[in-house]
Write a protein that binds this ligand. Structure first.
Ligand code: C5P
Ligand code: MG
Length: 306
């Protein structure tokens, strides 16, 4: 690839149909920032998968802190980690995984509720954790906020923890909307339940239809950039009424060889073991800043992250 959009030629960037990506970007550029919304997953999409060879905690993992739960609870939650390989198993269908995911989330939430977690301890736990947003997160969040493009963060994680992570990174701007599993605290600030319908990796479509479809700020924005790390994340835009151009970006973090083919067939752009937001940022620059940039340049920018 020549000089201009380096991010798309990176060897970690895979595209099933490059020309479709180009056309979609071009159509989105023409429509402008006022037509755009970004819908993103949180854990392992906006946050890193690993750092220096160590896994970065999910919002659920952040709760594993003695300020919040005891040793026995940690042990019981860890015993349930056998569900993660099921979540990412390339040989099972989403339908097959669904009841098992409900089981995982339900069991963990029950264990957490037993711990009488205190709301005022959450910020401390996040501070002590090794939670980490992907490199380039500042550009990503600032760029969207500055151009008043709504960012819907759609997470099967824990909403209260997610909010604290973005707050502590100073990027919780007014253009952000969040759909997630929120904790329900009693009058004394002690966890007593989780609010609303449970969200797990493979039922985001239902959440999209019941929550996202009703968000006023997202209406009249038919162009969508969707980002996720699970095939289940692809349904996050199902609440968008009359979508025009949808560009999906998939982070392939784990089980790369096993899942590569299905990711390429499902997402428009697949980022393999990429811990940065360079490609989404490149796209935002093209969509929000250099709106008369040629599609080729955009692709070249994306390609340059070799
Ligand atoms: O934000 P996102 O929708 O990605 O959050 C869900 C992620 O949290 C899942 O991919 C799952 O691996 C992880 N998880 C976890 N512990 C649980 C339940 C889910 O780490 N108890
Ligand atoms: Mg995720």
């Amino acid at each position: 690839f020549p000089m201009q959009m380096p991010e798309l030629a990176k060897c970690s960037v895979l595209m099933r149909e490059r020309s479709r990506v180009e056309e979609t970007i071009h159509a989105m550029q023409r429509a402008g920032a006022g037509s755009l919304q970004v819908i993103s997953d949180f854990d392992m999409t906006l946050t890193r998968f690993a750092h220096n060879g160590k896994r970065v905690p999910t919002t659920h993992n952040i709760l594993d802190n003695r300020l919040l739960i005891n040793e026995d609870c940690t042990r019981k939650v860890n015993l349930l980690n056998t569900y993660y390989p099921i979540e990412i198993d390339a040989s099972r269908s989403a339908e097959e995984k669904l009841p098992l995911m409900v089981e995982w989330w339900t069991k963990v939430h029950e264990l957490l509720i037993e711990q009488k977690i205190r709301r005022d301890m959450l910020a401390h736990a996040v501070k002590e954790s090794s939670a980490m947003l992907r490199d380039g997160y500042k550009v990503f969040f600032e760029c969207l906020a500055e151009h008043q493009v709504p960012l819907l963060i759609f997470s099967a994680g824990v909403g209260d923890v997610l909010e604290e992570v973005i707050r502590q990174n100073h990027v919780f701007h007014p253009n952000i909307h969040i759909i997630s599993n929120y904790m329900d605290f009693d009058q004394t600030g002690v966890l007593q339940a989780f609010k609303g319908q449970l969200i797990h990796t493979f039922n985001k479509r239902e959440g999209a239809l019941s929550h996202a479809a009703g968000l006023r700020e997202l209406q009249g924005r038919p162009n969508v950039v969707l980002m996720g790390d699970s095939l289940g994340d692809l349904t996050m835009a199902d609440g968008v009424s009359e979508p025009q151009n949808v560009l999906t970006i998939g982070f392939l973090n784990d089980q790369v060889e096993e899942r590569k083919e299905s990711y390429i067939n499902s997402f428009d752009v697949v980022l393999v073991k990429d811990e940065t937001l360079d490609v989404p940022n490149c796209l935002l620059v093209a969509l929000l800043l250099k709106t008369n940039q040629q599609p080729l340049e955009t692709m070249q920018c994306i390609s340059n992250f070799l």
